[in-house]
Design a protein around this ligand. Sequence first.
Ligand code: ADP
Ligand code: MG
Length: 225
Amino acid sequence: TEALLQKSEKLAVVGELAAGLAHEIRNPLTTLKGFTQLIDSQKGETNRSYIELMLSELDRIEMITNEFMAVAKPQAITFQEHDLIKIVKQIVAFSAPQALLNNIEIKEYYLTEYSDIICDINQIKQVFINLVKNAIEAMPNGGSLKIIVENQNDQIVIQIKDSGVGVPKDILPRLGEPFYTLKEKGTGLGLMVSYRIIESHQGTIAFESEEHVGTTVKITLPYKN
Ligand code: ADP
Ligand code: MG
């Protein structure tokens, strides 16, 4: 529990700092990118590869700041009553084309009738988008994605199970650490953001994984009462 607490406290501080930082970085970044694109468009042969490198690094900074900005909008957060199953179905519909493209079959199991929660709908959608995206990215050669919504006491439990590459045991505790990524084009922010959002909804998020077998992400959220 102590380790968990420390982790969530660290994330809270990181999140607040990052929100401010992302905002401050944005304007100079836009200027830098604009002028670099301008130089790029002049088609001079000199320093071509440097300019390309600059643009790709600028894109990376932009991706990271955008990902932070996506959660760093405290003024836009509104907690309201929503049907979680409806939200999950929307995310599945939204992810279907990408799943199809990657040869991934999505199966949904809704095993609870009552699924109202109090949440910020955009934040909760962001969590499911992040997790489904990770699941799809973990199955480059296709596979199956199971989404199970059930209840356990006064909690709603949502499981997202993929048949992907899995996560090595020694790495599991690092998931959710800011900037921890094993992907070439990853930001290592999706899970940190997801942890923060679920915690702010009084829920929990846990990973179970076996290499070359797959990963299950289990989220619990309290029912609205
Ligand atoms: P990113 O997706 O940008 O790398 P995330 O925070 O979303 O950042 O994920 C961090 C890391 O956790 C990923 O790079 C990946 O190695 C691992 N991971 C997350 N979800 C899964 C999954 N479903 N299967 C396998 N590995 C995963
Ligand atoms: Mg991700």
